[in-house]
Design a protein around this ligand. Structure first.
Ligand SMILES: [Zn+2]
Length: 52
């Protein structure tokens, strides 16, 4: 598990501007930056990444 994906709602976001919303298969959502959205797109299975 990579901690930078930000799947945990309480996880502090990184310093980058939020550009996407990441939602996993269980419905957990988290705001992520562009870089994390790209990384998550390759790793999240059954989830969605939506631009804000
Ligand atoms: Zn980030």
């Amino acid at each position: 598990m990579r901690p930078h994906l930000g799947l945990q709602p309480r996880h502090s976001p990184c310093a980058e501007p939020v550009t996407h919303r990441l939602a996993d298969a269980e419905g957990t959502q988290a705001p992520v930056c562009d870089g994390h959205a790209i990384a998550a797109r390759e790793e999240v299975v059954g989830g969605r990444i939506e631009p804000l």
